[in-house]
Design a protein around this ligand. Sequence first.
Ligand SMILES: Nc1nc2c(ncn2[C@@H]2O[C@H](COP(=O)(O)OP(=O)(O)OP(=O)(O)O)[C@@H](O)[C@H]2O)c(=O)[nH]1
Length: 311
Amino acid sequence: MLVNFFDRIVIPAFFLDVDHKVIGWNPAMEALSGLSREQMLGTKTQWKAFYSEERPVLADLVLEVDLNEQLELYYSGRYEHCDVVSGAISATDYFPNMPQGPKWMSFSASVVYDQYGNRCGAVETVIDITEQKHFAALLIKRERHFRELSITDQLTGVYNSRYLHRQLQEELSRSSRSGQVFSICMLDLDNFKNVNDQYGHLAGDDVLQFFANIIKENLRKQDRAFRFGGEEFLILLPDTTTQSAFVVAERIRESLVLRQHFLDTGVKPVTVSIGITEYKEGDQETTLVGRADNALYSAKAAGKNCTIISA
Ligand SMILES: Nc1nc2c(ncn2[C@@H]2O[C@H](COP(=O)(O)OP(=O)(O)OP(=O)(O)O)[C@@H](O)[C@H]2O)c(=O)[nH]1
């Protein structure tokens, strides 16, 4: 006869009788909880395996008549009914004070009946899912990282032009629904070809990174900067008129002039020209960007190192 099958189960498990007394505590449960069978049998201290203060465990709850209320009270949003065993409940929780350190655990409990169909207790199994939880968190983090990489310009760390297209489409459809204004600034470094020609491509890259950092430092949280092309950047400023965008653009332009002596490349000071426009009803991406581009062209034609708002 199989007398010790409960002890041979590798999943931590324990039995309670209908009075909530522990009548079974297998070796796997001893290992998980650090509490021996001798300590537990005949007591109602099953909570000690999981909690620092007395409270019902899941096996206690499945024995209660007001099970659903109790579940809501103790495991709100973290429990579900199992399909495989009728009346069984599963829950997941974080246990900061387990003997081997904090653990995430998944546990299931169900009522046990005798051969006449009378309730004679409840059984609970406990599975340590800490590793799965860490793995899932790692996957989410990796996914976020790769997503971030796919929308970021590798040299400068601002968003890339592929993402700009998506963001402009979103902003345009938001504004066409709400009528809310937004502005864009097109920024183009002046005579940048000379930097590459005189000091080399790597020095040029340093200038691009330096300039991108100046842009980032001068933006609010809701503003976004993109690398539009080679030495051309675009800033998207939600809920912003051209007058306010002008203030931001000028701050960036002046910072570039003032901060340049920090740049350790020996490169002669570089300046930037900026064109600004704001959303007009009926705008498409090409009309909006085209206006900013025309304003930028006017800034270049006006002698560079200046900001012009589109007519
Ligand atoms: N170092 C570096 N240079 C780049 C990069 N992308 C584009 N460029 C350079 O940027 C320069 C752009 O030159 P132009 O389009 O003639 O413009 P410009 O010299 O800035 O002249 P203006 O715009 O009229 O002031 C070219 O020399 C490109 O090779 C890059 O990723 N790194």
